[in-house]
Unconditional design. Structure first.
Lengths: 304, 475
């Protein structure tokens, strides 16, 4: 049987292949990544896009939630201060209503409650990073203002009843704000500002219409309870957000692990393959050197 | 009796024949590395015997040998098989190198760093829609709005750059393909000329060196274009493309002409546009055309779909909300609104410069509202691109492209392995094996020496005959 006399050329081709393989393995070792081009593992490359997408989403949500948590905490602490102020107003009103105070003391109560009203209004106009957080969707201007043109004075709301939500990566929504009118200007006796303005009017001039003042104090008490209920919404959001951030964080850890598993080169395995490949290269080179040497040609054996 | 004289004649013919055989060996050794050279073997022919005595009682006496030339060790079927496989391998190899260039545009992001690597459209898509999610937290915040614009610009820039690179690759392939056509034309002219020479010099047998040249031209042609070979009378050859357009008819060649149609080079034979047939026909030309007319347009179309749908949907929602400046329902487009799917990727860009024109609030709501930002962020999870979410669409696109490249790689590897086998078979038969030549040379040398020796002895015998057994002057 005749053989191909050009087998050394074929061996050189095999040597090329081995070197190509080594290049690939070295590339994997240096980058630490198993899939350096999408054709190496198309399915992994596609899966990688989706995993990175989720990881990025989780990452982004974690950052956003820290921004939002700040805003919710500011809202909660503002409402906490409002509760303190209102409690003080109720105790002032109660002391004024029991008929033991003289005229100037009653006037002083009126003034102190007016101070509380100013304080509450300022808290209702709290802003966070340039946004008035109790203005609903109208966050660019202070939502509450009080006009003293009438008696009792009237506090008006220039915001709207818009509610913002933050959407979590799983699609659920967390309420980000409670509109100011819902908190401070509830209907009937749930209206904080009306109750305060009425009390100021009740005690102004040093005389007390006890019946009216008692009713208005009761209204303020009702309004305070109502406000506390609204505050619960904010607290719930903070709790949910914290839980969601934790969940997203642990999801991100899992996804990162999955992504690493998918894409990362198995270093010991690659190193072993590289070593095998090097052995093969040496063997091939030896074979080529051996076969290519002059002693293997019949012409070298026959002489003249 | 003329027997001693005829023995002299037999021996002198043998010496000539052995010399001729040694010439053949020398020629083989000399051409051992000539591309396309086919090993030749000397042809020996026994001379016709003569009949001494006549009739049925006569004696048949052999009259020696004549060396009648040399035959190339050729297997046409094997050669044609090799050519066909070469056409397939050249096509997949040209297509593979084009696809390899395409896939470098979509190198997978390792994800080892938190920031996305440059040019990764997959990360860009997520970053862009995430920027709307962040805007939910504080819809009036200028930094968050600016972030929407910058992530949008990155997305648009990366998609547009990828499309521009693909177009450039397409142009390069177009030029390569046009170059191949002119090489094909010069080879077919040469083949037609060779056909004429072969038909006139050796209509009935192997044409030796001329046949080697024709075979060499055919194998070069097979690297360039897919062909069919049809043997005609008098050792002629007709060549058509795989789809049947005549390139060479014995002594006549037909040129492939080129012309620009829709901005790309098209190929014509006999006035017919044969570009689509050539694309699936094989050879380098087939590979280039398959990449130019099928693979790259398909990738471009995928990017176009992505760019068109993302741009259109984002623009529609932005125009359906209220921006920071209070524009209700006419905030304007974020991306340049494409008029058609084709070319959307190349033309994708962010057209707004003022971040206040991002409509985070819903129609009629205060500027602090974030409903529209939620709606925009939700596009990321809606099936807005051909029934898939943008990320899923891109992921599937990457998998599809990767699989195509992998498939062509596998095809190419298999075809190359098959070529190696066929070449081994062909070379075993047709290539010059120096060891064989050494042994042949030794053999011919020995028989030359033997013939010379016989000649010397005949000389002695002749001298004895002339001297009739006496010592005389003739030695």
């Amino acid at each position: 049987m005749r053989v191909d006399p050009n087998y050394i050329t074929n061996l050189a081709g095999a040597l090329d292949q081995v070197q190509g393989n080594q290049q690939l393995l070295t590339n994997e070792l240096s980058s630490g990544v198993r899939v350096n081009s999408i054709s190496q593992d198309p399915l992994a490359a596609g899966e990688n896009v989706l995993l990175l997408n989720q990881i990025q989403q989780d990452d982004s949500f974690t950052q956003t939630s820290s921004l939002v948590t700040g805003q919710l905490q500011v809202a909660d602490s503002a409402l906490g201060s409002v509760v303190t102020q209102l409690t003080q107003a109720i105790s002032l009103a109660t002391s004024a209503n029991n008929g033991t105070l003289n005229s100037s003391d009653v006037q002083s109560v009126s003034n102190q409650i007016a101070g509380i009203l100013a304080e509450v209004q300022s808290l209702a106009n709290t802003s966070y990073q340039g946004q008035y957080i109790f203005g609903g969707g109208e966050t660019s201007a202070a939502p509450f203002s009080t006009s003293n043109a009438t008696s009792p004075a009237v506090t008006t709301y220039s915001g709207d009843s818009d509610v913002n939500y933050l959407q979590m990566p799983n699609g659920q929504k967390i309420q980000l704000n409670v509109p100011g009118d819902q908190i401070f200007l509830g209907s009937g006796s749930n209206n904080v500002f009306a109750a305060l303005n009425n009390l100021i009017a009740d005690y102004s001039g040093g005389k007390v219409n006890t019946q009216q003042a008692v009713n208005d104090t009761a209204s303020l008490n009702t309004a305070l309870n109502y406000l506390s209920q609204q505050r619960v919404t904010i607290d719930n959001s903070i709790t949910r957000l914290t839980a969601a951030t934790d969940a997203v964080g642990s999801q991100q850890t899992q996804l990162t692990a999955a992504q690493t598993n998918l894409m990362q080169a198995d270093i010991p395995q690659v190193a072993t393959q590289l070593s095998l490949s090097e052995t093969q290269q040496t063997a091939l080179e030896d074979v080529i050197a051996q076969l290519g040497s002059q002693q293997n040609s019949l012409f070298s054996k026959i002489g003249p | 009796m003329g027997t001693i004289n005829s023995a002299f004649s037999i021996m002198s013919q043998a010496l000539e024949a052995d010399q001729a055989a040694l010439n053949v060996t020398a020629n083989n050794v000399a051409n051992a590395n000539t591309p396309g050279y086919t090993e030749e073997r000397p042809d020996w022919q026994q001379n016709a015997p003569i009949n001494i005595g006549g009739g049925i009682n006569g004696m048949q006496i052999g009259q020696g040998v004549t060396e009648t030339g040399a035959t190339s060790q050729r297997d046409r079927v094997l050669n044609e098989r090799l050519d066909q496989q070469q056409q397939l391998a050249s096509a997949s190899s040209a297509r593979l190198s084009a696809l390899n260039a395409v896939q470098t545009l979509f190198t997978p992001d390792s994800g080892s760093t938190s920031s996305s690597s440059a040019g990764d459209i997959g990360s860009d898509i997520t970053s862009f829609f995430d920027s709307f999610s962040s805007l939910e937290a504080n819809p009036t915040n200028n930094a968050l709005r600016q972030n929407v614009l910058s992530t949008g610009s990155t997305l648009a820039g990366d998609i547009s750059n990828a499309a521009a690179s693909l177009n450039a690759q397409r142009t390069a392939l177009d030029q390569e393909a046009a170059g191949v056509a002119s090489q094909v034309n010069s080879l077919t002219s040469a083949l037609a000329q060779l056909n004429l020479e072969i038909q006139s010099s050796s209509p009935n047998g192997d044409a030796g060196v001329l046949e080697d040249q024709r075979q060499q031209d055919l194998s070069q042609l097979s690297q360039l274009i897919g062909i069919n070979q049809i043997t005609t009378e008098n050792n002629g050859l007709s060549i058509t493309t795989t789809s049947g357009q005549l390139l060479v008819s014995e002594g006549q060649s037909f040129q492939i002409s080129t012309g620009i149609v829709n901005g790309v080079t098209n190929f014509f034979a006999d006035g017919n546009n044969i570009t689509p047939q050539l694309a699936s026909g094989g050879g380098q030309l087939g590979g280039y055309l398959a990449a130019r007319d099928q693979d790259i347009p398909s990738v471009l179309n995928s990017l176009d779909q992505l760019a068109y749908n993302v741009s259109t949907q984002v623009n529609t929602l932005n125009n359906g909300g209220t921006d920071q400046a209070g524009d209700n329902g006419n905030a304007g487009d974020i991306f340049l609104q494409p008029t058609q799917v084709e070319g959307s990727a190349l033309g994708m860009s962010v057209v707004i410069t003022d971040p206040n024109h991002i409509a985070a609030a819903s129609l009629g709501a205060g500027t602090g509202d974030n409903s529209n930002a939620i709606a925009l962020a939700n596009l990321a999870s809606q099936a807005i691109v051909n029934g898939q979410t943008p990320s899923n669409y891109f992921s599937n696109f990457v998998t599809t492209l990767g699989s195509t490249v992998q498939q062509v790689q596998t095809e190419n590897a298999a075809q190359n392995a098959s070529i190696t086998q066929l070449q081994t078979q062909r070379d075993a038969l047709s290539s010059v094996n120096l060891n064989d030549e050494a042994s042949s040379m030794t053999q011919f040398e020995r028989s030359y020496q033997a013939a010379a020796q016989v000649f010397t002895m005949l000389n002695t015998i002749m001298a004895s005959a002339l001297n009739l057994g006496e010592q005389a002057t003739v030695a």
